[in-house]
Design a protein around this ligand. Sequence first.
Ligand code: TTJ
Length: 647
Amino acid sequence: MGKSYDAKDIKVLEGLDAVRLRPGMYIGTTGIKGLHHILWEIVDNSMDEVTNGYGDSIDIVLYDDGSVSVEDNGRGIPVDIHPQLGVSAVEVVFTQLHAGGKFDNENYSHSGGLHGVGASVTNALSEWLTVEVYKNGTTYKMEFESKEVGGKIKGGVPKNPLVDTGKKTDKHGTKVRFKPDARIFESVNFDYYTIKRRIKELAFLNKGAKITLSDMRGEEPLSCKFHYEGGLVDFVLDLNDTKIPCFKKPIFITGSEGNIDAELALQYTDGYTENVFSYVNNIPTTEGGTHETGFKSGLTKVMNDVARRIGILKDKNENLKGDDFLEGITAVLSVKMQNVQFEGQTKTKLGNPEARLAIEHIVTNELGKFFEAPSSKSTAEAILKKAVLAAKVREEARKAKEITRQKNSIENFNLVGKLSNCTGRRAEDNELYIVEGDSAGGTCKQARNRHYQAILPLRGKPLNAEKKRIDQVLENVEIRTIISALGCGIGDDYCEEDLNFHKVIILSDADQDGGHIRAILLTFFFRYMKELITGGHVFIGMPPLYKVYKKDIVEYAYNDAELDKAKEKVGRGFDLQRYKGLGEMNSEQLWETTMDPKRRTLIQVSIEDAAEAERLVSVLMGDAIEQRKAFIIENANFNREDNFKVE
Ligand code: TTJ
């Protein structure tokens, strides 16, 4: 079989060459994210089979040799010969770009391997891949490998055609095992917790699916299993785990319009933040999009109708606004549709215009039906009570904001009394250092170049913006001072032209408290001044962790790796000082290490980091405050070298 087999596959393998040549085009990056992407390509295929009602379990195993396997108990990839291509369907799936696992489109109405590039991409980027199909009482097998051909490495080359091994089995399903190619990926180390988080999410999104993960790599094997019969309802209950709900059972609706299917679960809590999480074909749409818009307008419409019917709104009253129904909401919207178009800064926003009306109609009809039932009356009342209150607060907040704005122009000096402003008037050149603590603030003031560097010391901890209503956030003096100093307004009022400082530098200690203050400030900017982050104006300042010195030779180190280098440079007999806080440096040292643009290190905060951190924190980790704190500190760890973005 060998030779002739290879020959007729040349054309097909050219497709896979393209994948190896430019992996980024197919999987985004060859970093840790890309590594997991090629696993999700495989898992998606199994998930498709399960969602279509064939099989109910997916098992993922991580092995010592760096490989991973995915097994489902579906029908198994077809083993017969593809009429046009003359090879088995299994082979087509793993060697043709975009073939995915989709053969009969009737069964796969939401085709397009949810992440979209197909299993052949995984094959192309693997050192080896084997597939076993269990059906007809027997085990079929096919193997692929990467190998050198004419001085070039080819990926996904079949070692043989699909064969019936003769190994009898009652099982039915598909098992794929592959080893990511270390010549392609920067890291080939799968992360147990990343996979665990994602399969938990997949189990919520696909009710009934039983998904397991076993990690056989360490001394102690790790494993977990997820299975939710309640699907999105269980998801919402999990999200609200640490919160107080306004009614006991989350509302669940489902419906279809044309080729678009939707499921929605929602519940309100006594909190004030909006927690709407949406998905398209199991992919999180963090930036929202047309489906979310449709959901929100449907919700607003239905709730206003109900309010009039039960007399909470009278003829003379105005309708409640969309935002009034979002305070304290926890909702998960899952949409399945074809030809998905993603847009937005992080390509996580659904752009398909047809999804807006379809989802609006589904929500209007199904949620409308839900509230027609007499048993839903108390739920309706609970939601409407909250919305009416939200409308009142909205009105008051508008006034408060108005007042803050007027105050700002008149009493600007009063409110920003703590600000040591710079003398220069060119905002593009100016820098605002937000410094933890009065004493460090004092040192910064002495250290700075007063022409373009302004210092704002924070006395207490600023308020955690995420937990509070906007009017409460605006009452916090530390936050108000920051808003006034920046001058650019917040929320819808944000105006880049009014921004007084084009660099906003957060300077806090390298300890837990410092990490927390930094996280709170970032959350505030993320929620209320997103454009400040997207505009590239927010930075983390990096004070050194160590000083290595001998007489007048001084070296500073910003991490442990640098410490070793510094010790070498200074040589034998050095003294070592570890800085616990900014306060331990004098002004000269602070200038040299942290504030002098020629010598300092700044890390620019990106919206992707902020968005991903926010999603992980709020979606996947619940709302427990201690957990949140620890998580933010770990994951927004700007001390790690791989996060470095030097100015
Ligand atoms: C397609 O329609 C006919 C019956 O089989 C359907 C199918 O392809 N099912 C299927 C594919 N189940 N599982 C897969 C699959 C599993 C893994 C782990 C990897 C891949 C690429 C596909």
